[in-house]
Design a protein around this ligand. Structure first.
Ligand code: ATP
Ligand code: MG
Length: 351
């Protein structure tokens, strides 16, 4: 049974091998599902151009002269440059594998920001690379992506000034209402689709990197940062974050002929996060904070990826199965998922 048909028109990019040749299964081999009539037979979804890349952010770097500045602003005409000396720390929000985040206030404007202080004093060559990365990230401007305003280099310590999200992260959130979950998934997918269209792969989609504010806007945080940390941390500490949300082929490079498609990897991580919100627990049969070996066994060795329970709607179960395919070529893209009936249905309910 197919929910979504793909088309391969000159403007819609290439259809990936195997894409939709076998639709993702929902609810295992349930005969109820097998016998269900095909819905939305006329629905077609254009495919964006996708390139498999080993690089997380396969973007051309700006010239070194640009990158040599010690701060960078976001290039937004409405934003004035914020000097580090004008910022006071209000409190520590939390710490992750690569840094500590503070709530800060810009005294002249009384505006609140989040300041991420990246651990360690980095060598000049590494700092130059970080500055170049952030030069790229500062141009990112989308309502569902946390804005990166400035980057400071204080004697080798890198600090990044970010849009402040006053409600915080979605870690530990339980969302059992499918319409709320659909709205949340749509917002994340809008941000992810924007990043992917700009050839930016996130690589660390997980609940703690999905932030919400009191206007109920959900935004993706930390894109690109995990790549920076991956490259700059000592090999002993280079297991940035957790592998819990990573796709099987990223954890185990023996899978998928060693090919890692970062775009499809982001979709897997999104699927795990959305399913976790629905269930109110990490979807694999192992603790999220478990050791690397148990997580790797649960994620890579299990024959079937986790599924939404039979009590969920057919649309939601199908949506999850479109993200959590072990074969990355069978996962839908962010653009395609935005057209999925689970997302469209939620939008209609809100409207
Ligand atoms: P990891 O290092 O594995 O990514 P993490 O996401 O928990 O883990 P940080 O990114 O350092 O670690 O974030 C620390 C805390 O600060 C998290 O709770 C995160 O949700 C919060 N946080 C990060 N950025 C912001 C922001 N812009 N506004 C509000 N809170 C934020
Ligand atoms: Mg984070």
């Amino acid at each position: 049974m197919l929910f979504l048909n793909s088309v391969n028109s000159p403007s819609s990019g290439e259809v990936r091998p195997n894409q939709h040749s076998q639709p993702p299964a929902v609810g295992g081999s349930s005969s109820a599902n097998r016998n269900r009539p095909r819905r939305l037979a006329e629905l077609t979804v254009p495919l964006p151009q996708r390139t498999v890349s080993l690089l997380a952010v396969p973007l051309p770097l700006p010239p070194a002269s640009n990158a040599a500045r010690s701060t960078c602003s976001n290039g937004n005409a409405n934003s004035k440059q914020v000097n580090l000396s004008e910022i006071d720390r209000v409190n520590r929000i939390g710490s992750g594998a690569g840094g500590t985040v503070y709530k800060v206030i810009h005294r002249p404007s009384s505006r609140l920001y989040a300041l991420k202080v990246i651990y360690g004093n980095h060598e000049e060559t590494v700092r130059r690379q970080i500055r170049r990365e952030i030069e790229i990230l500062r141009d990112v401007n989308h309502p569902n992506v946390v804005k990166c305003h400035e980057m400071y280099d204080r004697n080798g310590e890198i600090q990044v000034l970010l849009e402040f999200m006053d409600v915080g992260s979605l870690e530990g959130t339980h969302i059992s209402h499918e319409s709320n979950l659909s709205d949340l998934a749509r917002q994340i997918l809008n941000g992810l689709n924007y990043l992917h269209r700009r050839h930016i792969v996130h690589r660390d989609i997980k609940p703690s990197n999905l932030l919400i504010n009191s206007k109920r806007k959900v935004k993706i945080a930390d894109f690109g940062v995990s790549r920076i940390l991956d490259q700059t941390m000592h090999p002993c500490n280079s297991s940035v974050g957790t592998v819990a949300y990573m796709s099987p082929e990223r954890i185990n490079t023996d899978l998928n002929q060693g090919q890692y498609d970062g775009y499809a990897g982001d979709i897997w991580s999104l699927g795990v996060s959305i399913l976790e919100f629905y269930l109110g627990r990490f979807p694999f049969a192992v603790g999220r904070q478990g050791d690397w070996a148990s997580l790797m066994c649960a994620i890579c060795m299990s024959s079937q990826p986790p599924e939404a329970p039979p009590t969920a709607s057919y649309e939601f179960r199908h949506f999850i199965s479109c993200c959590l395919q072990k074969d990355p070529t069978r996962r839908l893209t962010a653009a395609q998922l935005l057209q999925h009936p689970f997302i469209i249905r939620g939008q209609n309910q809100v409207a």
